[in-house]
Each structure stands twice: as structure tokens, then as C-alpha cells.
Design a protein around this ligand. Structure first.
Ligand SMILES: Cc1cc2nc3c(=O)[nH]c(=O)nc-3n(C[C@H](O)[C@H](O)[C@H](O)COP(=O)(O)O)c2cc1C
Length: 201
């Protein structure tokens, strides 16, 4: 029998703060972010947590691209160039908007997903693991006190943009997680009622 206050080696220690974080977390829009972004040590923590996700078959079917400093502008150039080429009549202001896709937050992490044929692990499971990585990155950044937002957009599915960002032909972008210091409290959104999404078998 366990004595009061002793540690049960079969149980994971409850972390009430983690529950509170998960119950209240919400995204912060990149345009409502400023610097500073995470320090190098914090970034390493975020990436380590991003790589600690359920991953059937230990395939690690994801990798991360860091956009910081002028890397964010260079990525924006890639996006704007492809946009201008594919939308020749687009107003200059729209091209400029594309150029600024990554420049609001001081740090943007791209989550790249790639699947390999596997006898037991379908591609869908491997892609879900990349989604779990993205979500862990959002949660870790939030737990460190930063705002975070997982975004995609047309360019995340455009092969020419992905090539320009250095993705291989068999790689997809699961999204960009923008991370920075919130400039104002973020508004929450309505959440689904459990009564509408939960059934009991
Ligand atoms: C794969 C994926 C892509 C998303 N892309 C966008 C996007 O391009 N634009 C957007 O406004 N929200 C996008 N979202 C939604 C936001 O990440 C976020 O979930 C939402 O703004 C607020 O939800 P939250 O407060 O629970 O994080 C995306 C979500 C996911 C999972």
C-alpha cells in the first residue's frame, strides 16, 4: 500500500498547470505579435517538444524549418514571386501582402511532412504525426509565454513555393507556426459543445 505523499511509480505525476494551459490555450494572430521571440534555448525546447510526438513505427515523418530575421523576408520573396507570376494582373499591394506573409512574428517554424511506404503505417498516420508535431510546437510556445498560431494559406500547397523554400518533391508543408510576444489579449472563439461531438458506443 502507498503511504500518503509517497510517489506511485506506476502513475505519472499529475500536472494541474498543464491541464489549465490546455483548457485555456488559444491562438494569437501573427499581426498581433511582436518581438521578442523565443531565445535560442527556448527555441531548442520548443523543437524538442515538437519532436516528442506519437509516431507509429518511429519513422520521424516530419522535419522543421526555422524562419527568423531576414530568413522570413527571403521566404516572403519566394511567395511573392510565385504569386506575381501566377497572378499577372494582381495589384502591387497584393504582392506586397504576400511578401509579408512571414514577417509579423519574430519566429516562424515550418513543419514539413513526408511519408514513406510502410507495411503497417499508412501515409495518413504519418501525416497525423506531423500534425501532432505542429500542435506540440504551438503548445510548447504557449507554455513558454509566447503567442502562437498555426497557419497555412495557398502558398503552403503550391509546389513552386515549396520548391523555393527548399522542400523536396515528396515533402508537404503541414503548416507554419508563427511565434511571438502578444501585443494584446487574444480573443477566444466559440468551442464545440461536447454534447454535439461525443457519443458513447
Ligand atoms: C492545418 C491548419 C491550418 C490552418 N491554417 C489557417 C490559416 O491559413 N488561416 C487561419 O486563419 N487559420 C488557420 N488555422 C486555424 C488556426 O491555427 C487556429 O486554430 C485558429 O485560428 C484558432 O484556434 P485556437 O485558438 O484553438 O488555436 C489552421 C489550422 C490548422 C490545423
Amino acid at each position: 500500500m502507498l503511504m500518503r505523499g509517497s510517489i506511485d511509480p506506476m502513475r505519472v505525476t499529475p500536472v494541474p498547470d498543464a491541464i489549465e494551459l490546455l483548457k485555456t490555450r488559444r491562438s494569437v494572430k501573427p499581426r498581433e505579435m511582436t518581438g521578442p521571440g523565443p531565445s535560442p534555448a527556448e527555441l531548442e525546447t520548443i523543437l524538442t517538444i515538437g519532436a516528442r510526438v506519437p509516431d507509429h513505427g518511429k519513422l520521424a515523418p516530419w522535419r522543421f524549418i526555422i524562419f527568423e530575421g531576414d530568413g522570413r523576408q527571403r521566404a516572403g520573396e519566394v511567395i511573392a514571386k510565385v504569386f506575381a507570376r501566377k497572378n499577372p494582373g494582381a495589384p502591387a499591394a497584393d504582392v506586397e501582402t504576400e511578401r509579408k506573409r512571414l514577417t509579423d512574428a519574430p519566429l516562424v517554424i515550418g513543419i514539413v511532412s513526408f511519408t514513406k511506404p510502410h507495411p503497417k503505417v499508412p501515409a495518413f498516420e504519418q501525416e497525423l504525426s506531423a500534425g501532432a508535431s505542429a500542435m506540440n510546437i504551438v503548445t510548447a510556445a504557449t507554455a513558454l509565454g509566447y503567442g502562437a498560431c498555426w497557419l497555412t494559406g495557398w502558398f503552403s500547397f503550391d509546389r513552386d513555393v515549396l520548391d523555393g523554400l527548399g522542400l523536396k518533391p515528396d515533402e508537404k508543408l503541414a503548416g507554419l507556426v508563427h511565434i511571438g510576444t502578444p501585443t494584446k489579449p487574444s480573443e477566444d472563439r466559440p468551442r464545440p459543445f461536447l454534447s454535439e461531438i461525443v457519443t458513447r458506443f
